[in-house]
Ligand binder design. Structure first.
Ligand code: S3P
Length: 171
């Protein structure tokens, strides 16, 4: 069984994924960590040294490697992974257990203003720019995220409530 979590930065993919894997006795892999391990560089360094296009190509390649070899694993993709190339097609051909962790713009702004320093796409934005950026970016990405067979609303829920919701929908 392979379960995949998608959603915008800050939607909780890693925290939910870890707890979900524990509850179901599955392994947990975060695609960003997998990329960092394979490339022997942090995501921020890949962006700053090699650029976003290099990162997106690597991300697609590693997503496919990770998902085609995964067994009994919860995989958290990066926020942008479903939105480039054929990634969502590839993903949906492999599993129907794809869960979009859907957070509102307000919730994402609240969470990301605390942690934008580690995120290459956000770190140069001021507090005032952050909300407009997220609103526009989420609007553009929604078409990809909403292809997920399962939409999981996360605002106002605890991690364990989200985990229980996902666990009840696994096919
Ligand atoms: C990105 C999200 C990040 C990481 C990279 C790009 C994006 O992952 O892959 O910084 O395009 O939304 P998280 O969603 O795990 O922060």
């Amino acid at each position: 069984m392979v379960l995949v979590l998608i959603g915008y930065m800050g939607s909780g993919k890693s925290a939910v994924g870890r707890e979900l894997a524990e509850k179901l006795s599955l392994k947990f892999v975060d695609l960003d960590d997998f990329i960092e391990e394979k490339e022997e560089k942090s995501i921020s360094s890949i962006f700053s040294e090699k650029g976003e296009i290099y990162f997106r190509k690597a991300e697609s390649r590693y997503m496919e490697i990770l998902l085609t070899n995964a067994e009994d694993t919860v995989v958290a993709l990066g926020g942008g992974t479903p939105c480039y190339g054929r990634n969502t097609d590839v993903l949906l051909e492999l599993t129907a257990n794809v869960f979009y962790l859907k957070a509102s713009v307000g919730e994402l702004v609240k969470r990301l203003s605390r942690e934008k320093q580690h995120r290459p796409l956000l770190q140069r934005l001021s507090e005032e720019e952050l909300e407009d950026f997220i609103r526009k970016h989420l609007f553009e990405r929604n078409a990809y995220y909403l292809r997920a067979p399962h939409i999981v609303e996360v605002d106002g829920k605890t991690i364990s409530e989200i985990v229980d919701d996902i666990a009840s929908r696994i096919s």
